[in-house]
Design a protein around this ligand. Structure first.
Ligand SMILES: *Cc1c(COP(=O)(O)O)cnc(C)c1O
Length: 400
């Protein structure tokens, strides 16, 4: 037996429960779509694929404007959004909603941007009133962009992007609005054009149900205009080098062909179900999860009900109990992965991912695994969370 075989864990029957808030379960239809020969990315068959996915993406972002696709993780699309629109030394307004907003700030700082960071408690979304006040103060229009994470995956808090747009408009400020939708696109209602977003950043491995490896920038005419004269150096990420070949379905360098096969299938699946139904399904699973958490007597990290995330729920552990130990117990006993607490909330929270290709009974299995895990790990809680979630789902199935 080879070294690698001997190190392999014994076979575990059934499917692993991947309930982290991304990467998410990749459905069989998408796996099968990707299981095809890689084709000539300069040939006519590829052109059809390229045109089809680039057009299909517009429905998902709710935009008539171009969606640029990179063979990169979401972080690459963050960088692309900034380097295509801003110049070194530009001031940018960001909101500390959690770990991902903090990482975006770090990335922007490394690029030579000056960040004004509105502090946050990691339990609320971006505060539109504070954004408006900052912009109103900025009479000289030194702030060139406002960057917000739509769904903060580290906390399970969804910021209301429409309110941020309204705040920018009320302040009559010309700053670009950039939004990270990496864990909301295809799970939570999002409208690039209607909400006047200039750059929407997204990734493949969460609501789009794909493996990691693709990311996106949906761009407005105003963002494109900024990209013609901004001073940030870039080459690989350059929108203008992408847009010309994209018109005929091609890319300026080798695209991730097989993930694009998967993307074509993912778009078809989302359109077949209907985006509104997809959003309602995520809302229902989030509501059922919260019913379980409340019955267990545990606390949801998000403090504002209007900002509850429909793609994940972050749960606070009782004082003196370690979330990572609970996750370890659950992984070992039930073969389920839950999301860990990140940076400021490390060990204090665990996150239940309920986004992507997911249905009522998968959620029930997930919540049963958590309830049994709480018992096994000796975490104080009340029983009946699973039953409470069943009630929510049964009511919904009755149409009530
Ligand atoms: C997952 C995630 C990221 C990071 O994306 P990568 O694909 O890991 O680079 C950024 N922002 C949010 C909101 C995320 O959920």
């Amino acid at each position: 037996m080879s070294e690698s075989r001997r190190n392999t864990a014994p076979y575990k029957a059934g499917r692993h429960f991947l309930q982290i808030p991304g990467p998410t379960n990749v459905p069989d239809r998408i796996l099968r779509a990707m299981d095809n020969p890689t084709i000539d990315h300069r040939g006519p068959e590829f052109a059809r694929l390229g045109r089809e996915v680039l057009a299909g993406l517009k429905h998902i972002f709710k935009t008539e404007q171009p969606v640029i696709t990179y063979p990169a993780s979401g972080t690459g699309a963050w960088e692309a959004a900034l380097v295509n629109t801003l110049s070194p030394g530009d001031r940018v307004l960001m909101c500390e909603t959690g770990h991902f907003a903090s990482l975006w700030r770090e990335l922007a700082t490394r690029l030579g941007l000056e960040i004004e960071f509105i502090p946050g408690d990691w339990r609320h979304g971006a505060d539109a009133k504070l954004v408006e006040a900052k912009l109103a103060e900025d009479k000289a229009h030194k702030l060139k962009a406002v960057c917000v994470v739509h769904n903060e995956t580290s906390t399970g808090v969804t910021s209301r992007i429409k309110l941020i747009r309204d705040a920018i408009d009320r302040a009559k400020h010309p700053a670009l609005l950039m939004v990270d939708t990496i864990s909301s696109l295809g799970s939570i209602d999002y409208r690039h054009d209607e909400w006047g977003v200039d750059v929407t950043v997204a990734g493949s491995q969460k609501g789009l149900m794909l493996p990691p490896g693709l990311s996106f920038n949906a761009v407005s005419a105003k963002a494109l205009a900024a990209s013609k004269s901004n001073k940030m150096p870039r080459s690989y990420w350059d929108w203008n080098a992408m847009l010309k070949p994209n018109e005929s379905g091609f890319f300026p360098y080798t695209p991730a062909t097989n993930i694009l096969y998967g993307l074509r299938e993912a778009i078809a699946m989302l359109m077949e179900e209907g985006l509104d139904n997809v959003f309602r399904r995520h809302d229902r699973h989030a509501a059922a999860t919260r019913a379980a958490v409340k019955t267990w007597g545990l606390e949801i990290l998000c403090l504002e009900p209007a900002e509850y995330s429909s793609s994940l729920t972050a749960v606070l552990m009782p004082e003196g109990h370690d979330a990572d130990r609970l996750r370890e117990v659950i992984l070992n006993a039930f073969d389920m992965s839950l999301g860990q607490g990140l940076s400021k909330v490390a060990k204090k929270v665990f996150r239940i991912g309920h986004l992507g290709d997911f249905n009522d009974l998968m959620l029930m299995g997930t919540l049963a695994g958590v309830e049994m895990g709480l018992e096994l790990a000796g975490v104080p809680h009340k029983k009946g969370g699973v039953a409470a979630a069943m009630d929510v789902l049964t009511r919904a199935a009755k149409g009530g």
